[in-house]
Design a binder for this molecule. Structure first.
Ligand code: DX5
Ligand code: ZN
Length: 214
């Protein structure tokens, strides 16, 4: 069954813990969109917010670093309680070094790709990855429309995993809802990041269960 990572970007920031409690029994992980106002035109939250929720929430925490200098933020978010740290391929010339740093912190390592970014940059780091995140919107905001142009990339990722025999998770992020979930699952995604379709739903629990059964 597909896994659901709830993106807090779509939650009510004035009561984050209450929002998490609404979904914590149904989702598989929490997805923290970390934005620095440089790599993407938005700013969200820092390590302290992650640490505060870490004290109260048992779910795995995914840290999605949409920041210009990921090397500055891997350790702070690892020590704040992140379990999986995903950096954007577009934000470093030293991906192998940063993946090693994430692993040294005892965390899982992911690489995120913007919609226009090809897979070739993954060529020599695939074996060290726990997850590849295919952005299905241009990063920075929730509630955007799904980019169908990314579907072939998801299929190629699944092909890559099979041919290389590397068991990395394929995660998609952005515009995932009842209408798009089935297509990304069939293309090869095993984890769906969902913000608006969960926290914007009248019944978040029911929305999650419907997505899981897509
Ligand atoms: C966008 C974020 C996504 C976003 C998904 O930059 O990375 O996680 O919050 O939100 P929805 O599901 O609302 O498109
Ligand atoms: Zn995200």
């Amino acid at each position: 069954m597909v896994k659901i990572a709830a993106s807090l970007l779509a939650a009510d920031f004035s009561c984050l813990y209450e929002e998490v409690k609404k979904v914590e029994k149904e989702v598989d992980s929490l997805h923290f969109d970390i934005m620095d106002g440089h790599f993407v035109p938005n700013i969200t939250f820092g390590p302290q917010v992650v640490a505060s929720l870490r004290e109260k929430v048992n779910l795995p925490f995914e840290i999605h670093l949409m920041v210009e200098n990921p090397q500055e933020w891997i350790i702070p978010f690892a020590r704040a309680g992140g379990d999986l740290i995903t950096i954007h391929l577009e934000t470093s010339h030293h991906l192998d070094r940063l993946i090693t740093l994430i692993k040294k912190e005892g965390k899982k390592a992911g690489i995120a790709l913007n919609p226009a970014t090809s897979l070739c940059g993954l060529e020599y780091i695939l074996s060290g990855l726990d997850l590849v995140l295919a952005m299905t919107v241009n990063p920075g905001f929730g509630a955007q429309d799904f980019l169908f142009s990314v579907l072939p990339k998801i299929k190629s990722l699944r092909q890559m995993a099979k041919e290389r025999g590397v068991p990395f998770e394929i995660e998609v992020d952005g515009g995932i809802n009842q209408a798009t979930a089935r297509q990304v699952i069939e293309a090869g995604s095993s984890t769906l990041v969902v913000g608006t379709a969960v926290f914007g739903a009248s019944d978040p629990k029911e929305a999650i269960l419907r997505l899981k059964n897509s």
